[in-house]
Structure formats: structure tokens, C-alpha cells
Design a protein around this ligand. Sequence first.
Ligand code: NDP
Length: 247
Amino acid sequence: MENNIKDKVIAITGASSGMGEAAAKHLSQLGATVVLGARRSDRTEKLAKEIRGNGGKALAIAADVTKRDQVKNLVDSAVKEFGRIDVILNNAGIMPLSPMERLNVNEWDKMIDVNIKGVLNGIAAALPYMKEQKSGQIINTSSVAGHKIFNGSAVYSATKFAVRALTEGLRMEVKPYNIRTTIVCPGAVKTELLEHITEADIQQANKDYVGAVGISPESFARVVAFAISQPDDVDINEVIFRPTSQE
Ligand code: NDP
């Protein structure tokens, strides 16, 4: 049986590190063509080169997910270069955790812009093509923090709850077009995500925790591949996974 991944054209935001990078490598090994979006295009160019060097197909496009035109360009470029867009993995995200009473209001805004508006920009870019194709899959990265609130995660959790809400709403709307939607909710995964926490005490506490229990980004890549690889009439709506030792 075919894996239902081979030859698919898959755009990934946040492909320059962590889980997006791991997903790009894994999906390309399974035969997908990957279109890699991020702001640090030196990293995505290097990754695309590495994938092509291994016999895969990859294209890097600089894209800040907070800029609607840049996300549109990411998807338009996939279609222009490879003829279609089968999957968009809206994965870019930031997590500058802090207690609300410290009033890091600029970080609240940034989380809303990247984690919510960034996902919406990805949906807006891919949906017209997928409607036309009458096929596609929109996979959005939420979090275990999109199910429960931790100390210091109020705004981050709010953005990840929002990702789940908008993905579920979308799922119900796009049935006529044969489009699948998937929410992926990872627990603690070892990536660069904690580097952007500006509160030293919060950063240290999270580094200690993720350092102790965190799992590898390949765990995410396997979940994404699982969701894509299902037959077209099966839609994996949501997957929550976490380290076995995480609460
Ligand atoms: P990383 O920090 O390693 O990766 C984050 C990615 O998002 C980078 O590729 C970064 O690229 C990209 N990104 C950030 N801001 C923007 C922007 N404005 N425009 C485009 N891309 C952007 O962390 P992870 O791999 O852990 O994070 C991936 C996703 O997983 C996020 O949505 C995160 O919230 C979520 N998540 C992570 C968990 C974990 O434990 N690691 C747990 C649950 C969810 P660049 O800076 O080059 O633009």
C-alpha cells in the first residue's frame, strides 16, 4: 500500500528548527516534496540543500507568518514550482511564558500575532487552492498547553486553545471540499522554543523541566506523518502526545 505521503507537496511554517525541521526531514524521507518557510532563510536554505542532497525534493522560501503576503507567497511558490499544495503544516510558534501580572504586553501581542494570526494566514493562503483541488489537509500545531493552563502560560495557552477552536471550526466547514484538518498537541519536546523566554526565573524552571522529561522533535514528525498517511476518507482530527514521564 502507498503511504499517502509520497509525492505530496507539503508546506511547513517554522521549518528552520525544532519540530518543523524534524517534520520536513521525516516527510521528505517518506517521499514528500517539502516547501520550507521561516524567517531564518539561511537555515531553511541549508535544510533544503541537505534534503535535495539526499535525493529528496525541497524548496526554501523566506516567510514571516505574521505577514499575510509572505505566507501567501510561500504557498503560491509551492504551487508554482510543484503544481499543487496537498498539505500545509502551520507549525511556527513562540512561547515567551510569563505571569500576566508582570505585564509583558508586547510579548502577549507577539504570541497572538505568530501563534494565532500566523495560523490564520496559513489557512487563508492554502484554502483557495485546496477548495479548487477538492483535496488537501491543514495541520495546525497546538499544544498540551492548548488543553490545560500551566503557571505562567495564560496567554500562550490562550493562543493554543484558539488554534484548536479555529481548526475544529474549519473542519466542519470544509467537508464539501474533501479537506482534512488535524490538530497536533505536543507535550514537552526538546527544541529552541525556551530560548525566547525573557523572564530568567521562568526560563530556568522550564529548561530544568524540559531538560528532564523532554522528548525529541522526531516524535512530532512521526505524528504528523501518521495523520497524513491515513487513507483520504480518514481524518485524524486531533492528536495529543507527551513524554511518558510528563504529568
Ligand atoms: P522552535 O523554537 O525550535 O521552532 C519555532 C519555529 O517557529 C522556528 O522555525 C521559527 O523560525 C518559527 N517562527 C517563529 N516566529 C516566526 C515568525 N514570525 N514567522 C515565521 N516563523 C516563525 O520551537 P518548536 O519546534 O518547539 O515549536 C514549533 C511549534 O510547536 C510551535 O508552534 C510551538 O508553540 C509548538 N509546541 C512546542 C512544544 C515544545 O515543547 N517544544 C510543545 C507544544 C507545542 P524563524 O525564527 O526562523 O522564523
